[in-house]
Design a protein around this ligand. Structure first.
Ligand code: IPE
Ligand code: IPE
Ligand code: MG
Length: 251
């Protein structure tokens, strides 16, 4: 039986988030410059986005650039920004053909003018697409997002639209950049590191984490299928005990 047919299509994760890591090491292993890895990572983005849409995943969030990634050598940061502009431009066809809507989370105000403009254009052009939302996390970090949300909630309280006692988990959800999106059921990190590197800190509270040694430029359909199958074989208990979960399913 092939891998794809082992996936239970009635129990797909609605939202998959991916920390696309390992581009630099992939290139260095081949004796190439790190940028070569980033360029090849684009192919993986295309393959994984289209495969996810075909499978019926509704939201795919990709960690493309963290608030900490500005600390990299300037030429690498510049190259990543150029690659983003070029890719958004080049992949518009793919997004339209696959009925994928592009969105972005993160502090987009710090992106350079070209990047910002291209991003806005691609988001606008794909805004009517509805098969899947592809969310790029750009100049994003979980702590940045939580600080932003806290600031906005503080303003609500100071200006009298909300009392401090009213602040709940739902309030925080509403002020995050992911407001309105379901939380990711599955978080994948490629590249062999077992950490979350400041990604979606609030939203992954109950996500299933899946770490693979495969470097992002090598990550293909079969790797995605493996991650989903692995996810489907887990028991998500949300603090309860196994018997309660099984009872809920029997009902
Ligand atoms: C992920 O690959 C891409 C970005 C963070 C932009 P890396 O560039 O982190 O690759 P490694 O981890 O150094 O191999
Ligand atoms: C995380 O990868 C960020 C992205 C994939 C965009 P990093 O390579 O920046 O993470 P660390 O530095 O190894 O934790
Ligand atoms: Mg890395």
């Amino acid at each position: 039986m092939d891998l794809k047919s082992k996936i239970d299509t009635t129990r797909l994760p609605g939202h998959i988030a991916i920390i696309m890591d390992g581009n630099g090491r992939w290139a260095q292993k081949k004796g190439e410059a790190r940028l070569f890895g980033h360029q090849h990572g684009v192919e993986s983005v295309r393959k994984i986005a289209t495969t996810s849409a075909e499978l019926g995943i509704r939201y795919l969030t990709l960690y493309a650039f963290s608030t900490e990634n500005w600390k990299r050598p300037q030429y690498e940061v510049d190259a990543l920004m150029d690659l983003l502009v070029h890719t958004l431009n080049q992949e518009l066809d793919t997004l339209m053909k696959n009925n994928i809507r592009l969105k972005a989370i993160g502090d987009l105000s710090r992106l350079n003018t070209d990047c910002h403009k291209q991003l806005m254009q691609t988001m606008e052009s794909t805004s009517k697409n509805e098969r899947m939302e592809l969310i790029l996390a750009l100049n994003y970090s979980g702590r940045w997002e939580l600080c932003e949300a806290t600031r906005k909630i503080a303003v609500e309280v100071v200006e009298g639209r909300m009392s401090a006692e009213e602040i709940s988990s739902d309030t925080i959800d509403k002020f995050l950049s992911t407001a309105g999106m379901p939380e990711p059921e599955l978080l994948i990190r490629t590249g062999g590191e077992n950490r979350v590197s400041n990604f979606l800190l609030w939203q992954i509270a109950y996500s299933e984490l899946y770490f693979t040694n495969v470097f992002w430029p090598d990550f293909r359909e079969k790797d995605l299928y493996e991650a989903i199958i692995n996810y489907q074989n887990r028991e998500r208990r949300f603090g309860m005990i196994s018997e309660q979960i099984n009872q809920a399913f029997d009902k």
